[in-house]
Design a protein around this ligand. Sequence first.
Ligand code: NCD
Ligand code: ZN
Ligand code: ZN
Length: 352
Amino acid sequence: MELSITQPDDWHLHLRDGDLLKAVVPHSANHFGRAIVMPNLKPPVTTTAAAVAYRESILKALPTESNFTPLMTLYLTDNTDPDEIKLARKSGVVFAVKLYPAGATTNSQDGVSDLLGNSLPVLEEMVEQNMPLLVHGEVTNSDVDIFDREKVFIDTILRPLLQKLPRLKVVMEHITTQDAVRFVETCRGGSVAATVTPQHLLLNRNALFQGGLQPHNYCLPVLKREIHRQAIVSAVTSGNKRFFLGTDSAPHERQRKEATCGCAGIYNAPVALAAYAKVFAEAGALEYLEAFTSFNGPDFYGLPRNESKIKLIKQPWKVPEYYALKDGGQLVPMFAGRNLDWLPSTLHERSI
Ligand SMILES: NC(=O)N[C@@H](CC(=O)O)C(=O)O
Ligand SMILES: [Zn+2]
Ligand SMILES: [Zn+2]
């Protein structure tokens, strides 16, 4: 069996920089036409000038025959000037602004400390410029349980924000809960959407502890209970246009995952399409796969859909145990060493 679908895009991707960028970008370019590239580098990408420079280094790192297009984002800080949003829009290469609540996740220390208190002028300019706000939707208060951080963020930050600025376009990134699903489903006006990762569709929090501590399944927001996973699967496989593909592929070297204080992030770029196909196939909803991978994202962002097609072939293939890095390090992908059923044609042609 074979599926032919419009080439997908990845609406949430970490490409890093330097040698790691060179190592990972081909895996995304193998499958995806475009990707929204996250700005949480060290130092973060806070200006249009930095985004333009980062874009150049991504283009340089691409395999020569690749048409992959990076769509850049700015990292919102307490000091972001509304004029920077105007510059970003004018540049034609910045497509969104990313909110990291300070301390919420990897490289978020320069993030926003008080969104509703400090950032309204910038957010108002974003409404003017029709620039989407992408949110890592978790509060960071130490008295809020880590499994409740998304729900509390929705109730205490996102709802009040949208009451103040109902025309602000918002993408809730990497949603993990039934609460986020309901929130997106019930927002009126079409200005709120969500990206969904392979791990939050295929794993519940048991995967963190199966047979011992599993650092390669650790990401933020942390995996949740099975009822939440099921709610997310139902949402995406129902064909709702407000949910679309965002892998949150977040590479960290093996040593930094298997450490006393392990980094959050799952490297899923090589397996993401096969993983999404598995979700839709198992739900008997393959007819909605293409909209999720290739239509809903560009439609929400007001961009054209890709014209090229790719194939997904129903054929077992084995995910590599790891990818070797130039410095001797290794990247362990999601589902390392396991078999997956759907082989993207691009991998087929390049014999994985
Ligand atoms: N998802 C993660 O666990 N990690 C991401 C950051 C993020 O998307 O929150 C990273 O940059 O490593
Ligand atoms: Zn995040
Ligand atoms: Zn991310």
